[in-house]
Write a protein that binds this ligand. Structure first.
Ligand SMILES: Cc1ncc(COP(=O)(O)O)c(C=O)c1O
Length: 495
């Protein structure tokens, strides 16, 4: 073998520059023209598979420029664009362009942010990012934490820390079976599905979840919460974990966090906040009352890939006393010789992952690129647009506005006249709105998702999109009404 090894994966400096400049040109062009494209072409899986082609794993090398051009074409022409100004579905944000550049830089250095020794600067950047995220959402910067892939993982990470904190040694060494009492957890009916997954995967079973009723305003009913806790105590169980949701996935409602924290303190329970979507809105001075009590949380999940506009994937678990994370996750196999000095922070001891990528860089850069003021502006504008959508649908004779909270609006198409032969009008309106959403999601003009509110099938728009404008909202109203009219006509004719 020569002194200089030539590996098939290596790219010469010149090749790398040519490929990179070309790709960056294409990306810049894409960002600048995204508004002219449909949100999606609505191609079905079969069409997508045909476009991709059914090729076997290639035996020989292929030229990198052709490969990158092909990948660019496939993705730019056959994707759903959550960076499109009229993408308002689910809770996925438009991605900050600086995040794409950050990912390129992060992959180039490729630090393994599991251990300090493998990632000294990247670890410090992640620590600083976590501290800034705590400041961002208005809790003490003494909260510690870890970056994870998204909201589910951020909630799981906190859940396991909570569990370890109440029965540390027993659970770690003897497992759940050694506990004398059954651990029970509480959350409102609007809680995201992560709680089911946690109960199932971490050995509690879904019967350990107490789904607490919500009030008319969709917040957890605190009397029902307390009643459920006391009933469980009488029944010999151990209530240990309450979830307050700060921005529920369907309507954006924020629970009474202060009230939940008082109950948790009284019964000596862990208070967790799922702020995956909504917590960043606490940056706005006018929303401080809505989020009152957030500072009392033992743990908080937030998702920079939602309302901080980070490219996927980016979630974060914050814990008031970070020692609980270490208690839950730290282990020292013999083949690790990482010194755990107090100055050396090994992230593998703070969460489920061992080897970890450098997620922090994109968030760290975004937070500095626009600062507190920039985020206040973007988040408050998203909320204003959501309120505008509510108002316009409320004012429109063929729409019904249902709810508005944070940047989520729910509304539905309401025909002014329904044929007499349709007996169950409520079911018909649900059917109409379900068909309307399917149609909109395929059509590519605007992308909204759905919510079921009081058994009503609604359109749901969540604006975590710094590209959406007032014009997009006005046009959305027109699109929804036109499509609604078409579907109504079709359904009335029984087609
Ligand atoms: C309140 C809430 N929690 C958790 C999640 C799950 O987040 P992810 O999809 O990033 O895992 C979501 C997703 O929308 C959410 O809205």
């Amino acid at each position: 073998m020569n002194n200089k090894r030539i590996a098939p994966l290596e790219l010469s400096a010149e090749e790398f520059k040519t490929l990179g400049y070309n790709l960056v040109d294409n990306i810049s062009g894409f960002n600048n023209t995204i508004v002219d494209k449909p949100v999606t072409k609505g191609e079905n899986p079969k069409q997508i598979q045909e476009i991709l082609g059914d090729h076997p794993f290639p035996k020989n090398s292929m030229p990198a420029d052709a490969l990158l051009n092909k990948a660019t074409d496939l993705l730019f022409n056959h994707s759903l664009f959550n960076g499109h100004p009229k993408f308002m579905g689910y809770i996925t944000s438009s991605a900050a362009p600086i995040g794409a550049l950050a990912d390129l830089l992060a992959s180039t250095v490729n630090p393994n942010v599991g251990a300090y020794a493998l990632s000294p600067m990247a670890t410090e950047i992640e620590k600083q990012t976590i501290q800034w995220l705590a400041e961002f959402i208005g809790v003490s910067s003494n909260y510690g934490g870890v970056l994870v892939s998204g909201g589910n993982m951020a909630n799981f990470t906190a859940f396991l820390a909570a569990r370890a904190s109440i029965a540390n040694k027993n659970i770690k060494e003897e497992g759940l079976g050694s506990l004398k009492k059954k651990l029970v957890m509480y959350c409102s009916k609007s809680t995201h599905t992560w709680i089911d997954k946690a109960a199932i995967l971490f050995g509690h079973g879904t019967n350990a979840i107490r789904w607490i009723a919500t009030d008319n305003d969709n917040k957890m009913n605190l009397e029902a919460l307390e009643l459920a806790i006391t009933t469980d105590i009488i029944d010999g169980h151990e209530p240990f974990f309450v979830v307050g949701t700060a921005g529920d996935v369907s309507t954006g409602t924020v629970d009474n966090l202060e009230g939940i924290s008082e109950i948790c303190k009284f019964y000596n329970m862990w208070f967790h906040i799922d702020g995956a979507y909504g917590a960043p809105a606490n940056i706005l001075p006018e929303l401080k009352t809505t989020f009152k009590g957030i500072k009392e949380a033992d743990s908080i999940a937030i998702d920079p890939h939602k309302w901080l506009y980070s490219p996927l994937e980016a979630g974060c678990t914050l814990v008031k006393n970070p020692k609980h994370l270490v208690d839950a996750y730290s282990s020292h196999p013999e083949y690790y010789n990482f010194v755990t000095e107090s100055s050396e922070h090994n992230f593998y001891e703070y969460g489920l992952q061992n080897s970890r990528g450098f997620r922090a860089l994109k968030i760290w850069l975004m937070l500095q690129q626009v600062g507190r003021k920039g985020y206040e502006k973007m988040i408050s504008e998203d909320i204003e647009l959501s309120k505008l959508l509510f108002k316009l649908s409320n004012d429109h004779p063929k729409l019904e506005a249902i709810t508005q909270s944070l940047s989520i609006t729910t509304f539905r198409y309401m025909p002014t006249k329904i044929s007499k032969h349709i007996k169950d009008k409520k079911a018909y309106i649900n059917e109409l709105n379900e068909a309307l959403i399917n149609n909109l999601q395929q059509g590519g003009k605007v992308f909204v998702s759905n919510a079921i509110i009081n058994n009503n099938y609604c359109l749901r728009s969540c604006i975590v999109n710094f590209r959406t404008s007032k014009k997009d909202i006005e046009e959305t109203i027109d699109i929804v009404v036109k499509e609604g009219e078409k579907i109504h006509k079709r359904l009335q004719l029984g087609k």
